[in-house]
Design a binder for this molecule. Structure first.
Ligand code: ADP
Ligand code: MG
Length: 693
């Protein structure tokens, strides 16, 4: 249960004075949630210094000024191109305030002739005359203290002003409790860090621009809180898994050898090394939890199969869970073929499996007639039970953190877990996404793969590209056409893809297909099937094809507006045409003008196919939060921690978390209790809730 001290932060922003229905909607959208705590995490992005309060005669134009003036005269506009003007003065000089398109009534009300007012805004000089267009503040003299000084500026959305946000924020800040300290006192003193409350209040009240930087003391304190919450949550999950005594899986290697004999290729050294690491883990009498990273095409499926076969050799069952139907089916096709030849039974179980077939599969799983099951998360529905599930492979492709859910669901009989990901992830991000999970890396692709010929071209060459595409398709090739990603707007992605589809259909006719994320799974599968079978040879797609689709015959990929994609994403996409032994080509079409970073990104793509290198570069160029260009990637979505700046803090937090659990595995001590609050504050409750020490 959430500690009581957090209740005020987890109430709705509807409880803030002044937040009506309209503001509620706007603010919820802006801050990405409807809780006070979401508002607290809506951090300032800038400051405006309003402390410059000169006499008008001495005022420097171009600066933000706060001046005390008397209202002299109103000059309404003669036509609607003219502004409404108000002349004001202090005892040294006059100033003209100008207003475009505002109700005269509201101006006469806020600036009555003959009265004194405080005006704040940017001062300009026009033909030697002082002017200010649309002052930011018009206030009564008694309110000067509220204006004079540093104004905190927040990221905004249309329809809500900074003033309003700040007004709400003051109420939010007033609700932040004095938390019992969850950090080690000595460490705090060493770092000269304030308490959480002091820190967050300071973050919301910056004095200097440097206060906004990630390395500002207060921001570091909170970044550390956040990193510790992240590392502690992961360590808790890990501890849970590790603590459970597992079983030793130690097959005799017979079936394994049979499969190896069936393979038309020799395992790469990297595959062999990783397999040895996995076998060694499986033999240990505690539960295995290991991450397997390998670039697209590095041959993870066969590694997963050989590992699963070990469980089968021991008379137990194994399962592999893929993130989508298509991928599950793909794995099934590879695995079924080999399994059939060696007398191991396997089945495919997804959300689409027919009721009757599903019933049979469930019965067979429960009786142990099925050795290996391949599926989607449908595998982990309640009515699925195994006779003796000993090993689970989770293919996350490039979603992250899914494994956590699984670890908490206890289908298996102390099952060992292998998590596979196809996205090379920089070391720091591995730590934030998986904690100290054991880690294997297939850092080699099978020999003989031809490099992809990657070319970078301006969009203006589009008609040449289409001609080239036509020639290629006529020789029997298959191609992907990937459409641009429009920020945060699936709908316009779709519109762009549909438009391109229509225009290509005019040229290529019925051999063009379209897939996008908004399609029904069934329709998507059907189009993919057509592309696989060659019924269509040109597939227009949004980034949905990124996730592990395998059509070895596809040798050409055109990526439109490549400059809008992240490096890691481009790498994933390009991986789709890197599966065969045929030479393939990737055209990156960009739109001008290109930023320096974009240019650099496209160049990296042109010159390298090393996913791990590309991932590191991507992190450098874009920062961790954006590494996959999406918020849904499952990477810890840090509010404040920044993987470049706070890298060192991450490593300290990692050690700290380990030590905390060693000394106080159930988080029962005084600090332990405070740490629970920390976990809830950063919304790691799913892990804490299931945590009984
Ligand atoms: P990924 O790591 O992307 O999941 P896959 O397991 O799908 O890669 O393997 C990609 C292709 O490479 C498959 O067609 C597979 O049969 C083949 N492959 C796997 N290992 C080797 C190897 N050692 N030598 C040659 N081809 C291999
Ligand atoms: Mg794969």
């Amino acid at each position: 249960m959430r500690p009581e001290i957090l209740y005020p932060l987890f109430t709705s922003i509807g409880s803030i004075k002044g937040v009506g229905e309209r503001a509620y909607k706007l603010v919820t959208n802006l801050i990405g949630g409807d809780k006070i705590v979401n508002m607290m995490w809506h951090l300032p992005s800038n400051i405006i210094d309003r402390s410059y309060a000169p006499r008008l005669a001495n005022a420097v134009a171009g600066r933000i000024c706060t001046v005390a003036v008397k209202v002299v005269e109103h000059i309404p506009p003669k036509n609607n191109r003219q502004p409404y003007r108000v002349i004001v003065e202090d005892d040294t000089e006059q100033l003209t305030l100008t207003f475009f398109k505002v109700y005269a009534q509201s101006i006469t009300k806020s600036l009555p002739v003959g009265e004194f007012r405080i005006i704040s805004g940017k001062l300009e000089s026009f033909n030697g005359q002082l002017q200010m267009a649309h002052p930011d503040y018009i206030a009564r003299p008694e309110d000067i203290a509220k204006i004079l000084g540093i104004e905190t500026v927040y990221p905004l959305t249309a329809g809500i002003s900074n003033k309003t946000i700040r007004k709400y924020m003051e109420q939010v800040l007033a609700k932040i409790p004095n938390f019992p300290e969850w950090q080690d006192q000595k460490f705090l003193e060493q770092q000269k860090w304030p308490s959480f409350k002091e820190a967050i209040l300071k973050v919301h009240n910056p004095r200097y621009l440097s206060d906004l930087e990630p390395f500002a003391t207060e921001r570091c304190r909170i970044a550390y809180d956040e990193l510790l919450a992240n590392q502690l949550a992961l360590a808790i999950v890990r501890q849970r898994v590790k603590k459970q005594y597992g079983r030793s899986i130690c097959g005799n290697g017979e079936l394994r050898q049979k499969i190896i004999n069936l393979l038309p290729f020799k395992l790469t050294d990297a595959q062999q090394r990783v397999l040895n690491e996995i076998y060694a883990d499986l033999q240990q009498p505690y539960r295995m939890l290991r991450l397997l990273q390998g670039d697209v095409g590095s041959g993870k499926t066969i590694v997963a199969l050989l590992a699963m076969i070990s469980a089968v050799e021991c008379g137990a069952q194994a399962a592999i869970m893929a993130p989508t139907e298509i991928l599950a089916k793909q794995h099934f096709e590879t695995i079924e073929d080999l399994c059939n030849k060696i007398g191991v039974s396997c089945a495919l179980l997804t959300g689409k499996t027919k009721t009757k077939e599903r019933k049979q599969i469930l019965a067979d799983l429960a009786e142990g007639k099925i050795n290996i099951v391949i599926g989607t998360h449908a595998l982990f529905q309640e009515d699925v039970s195994f006779k003796d599930l000993a090993f689970v492979v989770i293919d996350e492709q490039h979603r992250f953190g899914v494994h956590q859910r699984l670890m908490l669901s206890e289908k298996g009989n102390k099952a060992d877990v292998l998590v596979m990901t196809a996205t090379p992830i920089p070391r720091t991000l591995v730590l934030t996404a998986y904690g100290d999970m054991e880690y294997s890396k297939i850092d080699q692709v099978p020999e003989g793969r031809k490099p992809v010929d990657t070319r970078v071209l301006p969009l203006s060459k589009l008609s040449d590209v289409v001609q080239g595409l036509k020639r290629k398709l006529e020789t029997g090739a298959r191609a992907y056409w990937v459409c641009p990603l429009v920020e945060e707007s699936e709908k316009s992605d779709l519109a762009a893809a549909e438009e391109r589809f229509e225009s290509l259909k005019k040229i290529f006719g019925s051999s063009v297909g379209l897939v996008h994320g908004k399609m029904k799974e069934k329709d998507k599968d059907a189009v993919m099937e057509d592309f696989k079978s060659g019924k269509i040879n040109l597939l227009v797609a949004t980034t949905v094809i990124e996730v592990g689709v395998n059509v070895p015959e596809a040798t050409l990929m055109i990526i439109e507006h490549a400059e809008r994609f992240g490096l890691a994403q481009l790498h994933q996409l390009r991986g789709r045409i890197k599966r065969g032994f045929e030479a393939s080509t990737c055209l990156l079409l960009y739109n001008l003008p290109l930023s320096e970073t974009a240019k650099e990104r496209l160049n990296i793509m042109k010159n390298s196919e090393d996913g791990f290198m590309i991932a590191e570069k991507d992190l450098e160029l874009r920062g961790g939060g954006e590494i996959l260009g999406t918020k849904q990637s499952g990477f810890a979505n840090f509010r404040l921690a920044n993987m470049e700046v706070h890298k060192n803090l991450l490593h300290i937090a990692n050690q700290d978390a380990k030590m905390i659990l060693e000394l106080d595995p159930k988080l029962e001590s005084q600090r332990g209790q405070a740490l629970r609050t920390l976990l809830y504050l950063f919304e790691k409750d799913d892990m804490v809730r299931n945590y009984r020490g």
